[in-house]
Design a protein around this ligand. Structure first.
Ligand SMILES: *Cc1c(COP(=O)(O)O)cnc(C)c1O
Length: 320
C-alpha cells in the first residue's frame, strides 16, 4: 500500500478521474472510492468479464478526463473480492448480467483468479493518452512482466512473492530481508507454479471436489489469456469441496502442512476458508453477493515437496 498510495496521488490531481476494476485489492478500492473521492477525484469501476472491452470503450468515450487505469492482474481470489452490498458505490459500469442491478453487486460468481488482456487494455488506453498501472503481485515478477506488454507502471506487494518468507510487512527496515528473498524468488515461484498446477489437476479429478479455479486449467475461462501473457500460472489455487461449512472446516483442520492464514506468496503453504475468516461476521447475503460459499477454500502453495502436500490434502479430504 505504501507504493500504491503515493503512485495514485502523484498521477491524479483533484478534479481528475481514475478508472479501475470492481475486483481489485480491497484496500486500494476503499482508498480510491473513499479518500480520493473526498479529494475531488472521480472513479469508475468496471467488471472484469467478457464485456470488459466494450465497458472500457464506453467509459473512455464518455469521459475525456480519465488519466489513469489501475487494476490487479491476476486478481486475488480472496482478499479483493467484489463489492460488498453494504458498501456505498461510486460510478460502476454494470452490464445487468444475470439480473444484477447496481445495488446487487456481482451475484454469486465465485472469486476466481482473473487475468486481464493487458495488451488490449494498453492499446485502448494509449489511444486516448491514458496511463495504465498494473498491480502484478499475484503473478510475481517471475510469471508476468507487464512492462513488456506495454504497461506504464507496475506495482508489487513485496510482502508476498518478493520477500517470500511470510516474515516481513514491507517498509524501509525490510529492505535487507527483501534482498535475501529476491535471490531465491525464481526457484520459489517455479516450485509454487509446479505444485499448484499439479494439485489443480489432481483436485479437479477428485470426487470430493466440486470445482477448481486456476488459470492453468483448461476449464478456466482465463486459461487462454494466462497462457499467452505469462510464464507460469502462479501458486494460488481456489476450490470448492463437496461439503457444508463444517465439513469444509474438518478438511482444513485435518491438514497438517499448511498454516491457516490469509496471506500468500511465501515458502510455506497457506490455506484459508473465507466463510469463517475474511468474511467472518458478514451476513449470508453479503457472502452470496461475493460468491463466497461455505465450502470455498483458497490455497497458496509454497515450496514444500509436492508429494507431501498431495498426501496431506488427500488424507484431509478423507476426513470430511
Ligand atoms: C497484499 C497485497 C497488497 C498490499 O501490500 P502490502 O505489502 O501489504 O502493503 C496490494 N496488492 C495485492 C494484490 C496484494 O495481494
Amino acid at each position: 500500500m505504501n507504493a500504491i498510495v503515493p503512485t495514485l496521488l502523484a498521477l491524479i490531481s483533484p478534479g481528475g478521474h481514475i478508472m479501475s476494476t470492481i475486483e481489485c485489492y480491497s484496500e486500494v478500492r476503499a482508498f480510491i472510492r473513499d479518500r480520493m473521492r473526498k479529494m475531488g477525484i472521480r472513479s469508475t469501476f468496471i467488471d472484469i468479464d467478457e464485456d470488459m472491452e466494450s465497458s472500457l470503450k464506453d467509459v473512455l468515450d464518455q469521459n475525456n478526463d480519465v488519466t489513469l487505469f489501475y487494476a490487479d492482474s491476476l486478481t486475488n481470489p480472496m482478499l479483493n473480492v467484489g463489492v460488498m452490498k453494504s458498501e456505498p458505490r461510486d460510478t460502476e459500469q454494470k452490464k445487468g448480467k444475470k439480473g444484477d442491478t447496481l445495488e446487487d453487486g456481482p451475484q454469486g460468481d465465485p472469486p476466481t483468479l482473473k487475468c486481464l488482456d493487458i495488451r488490449r487494455i494498453v492499446q485502448l488506453h494509449h489511444q486516448k493518452g491514458v496511463l495504465v498501472c498494473i498491480d502484478s503481485t499475484l503473478a510475481s515478477p517471475i510469471n508476468q512482466k507487464p512492462l513488456t506488454l506495454g504497461v506504464d507502471l507496475v506495482l508489487h506487494s513485496a510482502t508476498k512473492y518478493m520477500a517470500g518468507h511470510h516474515d516481513v510487512i514491507v517498509g524501509c527496515n525490510a529492505a535487507y530481508m527483501i534482498i535475501r528473498g529476491l535471490k531465491m524468488m525464481a526457484l520459489r515461484v517455479e516450485a509454487s507454479n509446479r505444485t499448484a498446477l499439479l494439485m489443480a489437476h489432481l483436485l479437479e479429478a477428485h470426487p470430493k471436489i466440486d470445482r477448481v479455479h486456476y488459470p492453468g486449467l483448461e476449464s478456466s475461462p482465463w486459461h487462454h489469456l494466462a497462457k499467452t501473457h505469462r510464464a507460469g500460472y502462479g501458486g494460488v489455487v481456489s476450490f470448492e469441496v463437496k461439503a457444508d461449512l463444517h465439513g469444509t472446516m474438518r478438511f482444513i483442520d485435518a491438514l497438517e502442512i499448511p498454516f491457516i492464514a490469509t496471506s500468500l506468496g511465501g515458502c510455506e503453504s497457506l490455506v484459508q476458508q473465507p466463510a469463517v475468516m475474511s468474511f467472518w461476521g458478514h451476513t449470508d447475503e453479503d457472502k452470496a453477493n461475493n460468491g463466497i460459499s461455505n465450502n470455498f477454500v483458497r490455497f497458496s502453495f509454497g515450496i514444500e515437496k509436492f508429494e507431501d502436500l498431495r498426501d496431506d490434502i488427500l488424507q484431509a479430504l478423507d476426513r470430511i
